[in-house]
Ligand binder design. Sequence first.
Ligand code: E4P
Length: 217
Amino acid sequence: MKFFLDTANLSQIKEANDLGILDGVTTNPSLMAKEGIKGKAAIEKHYIDICNMVNGDISAEVISTDFDGIVAEGKYLAALHKNIVVKVPMIKEGVKAMKWFTDNGIRTNCTLVFSAGQAILAAKAGAKYVSPFIGRIDDTGWNGMELIHQIRQIYTVQGFKTEILAASIRNANHITQCAEAGADVCTCPLDSILGLLKHPLTDIGLAKFLEDAKKFV
Ligand code: E4P
C-alpha cells in the first residue's frame, strides 16, 4: 500500500518525505485555504513546490463543476508538472470530464466518493484513483471501512485497474485497516502516520535496553 500525505503544508510534507516512506500527496481546496494559498500564481507555485519535493503523484483539485470548466482547469493543472494528477468530483459532469482526461492521457483522482456505485462509475471513466472518504462516512454513523472492502471486492471481481485511494483518514487504526482491506493507497494526515509508530511496549523495551546497555560500557 502506498502512503500519500493529505495536506498542503510544506513543512509536514518535508517531515513525511524525510522519513523515506512517502509516495505522493493529496490536496483539496480546504487544505489549500488552510495554508492561506490564494490567487492563481500562488496556487501554481505551491503545486510546483510540492511536486519538486515529492517524487510521486500529487493530486490537485478542480473547482469547476461543468464539463468545459473541469477540462480547461484540469488541462492547466496537469501542464504544471508531470507529477500532477487532476482531482475531479464525483458528479455527472465530472464523470464525463474524467473520461475525456483518460482519452487524452491525463491521470485523474475521483474525489468525494461515498458509495460502491460511484466507485464503479469512476473506474468506468478510467480514473487512475478513486477516493472513498472513510472518516466522513464514520462521522455520519455508518462504517467507512466497509466501503473499502466492498470496492476492493468489486474491482477485483471485475478486473478494474483504478487504484483505491482511501481518504478522510482520522487515525493510525484507519491506516492499518485500509491495508488489511486491500486499499492500494492511503492518504493520511501526518499525525496518523506518526501514530503508527506508537506502542507503549516499544518505549518500555527501549528504556530497559538502554538502561542495561549502560552496564557493559
Ligand atoms: C483527500 O483526498 C480528501 O480530500 C481528504 O482526505 C478529505 O479529508 P477530510 O474528511 O478529513 O476533510
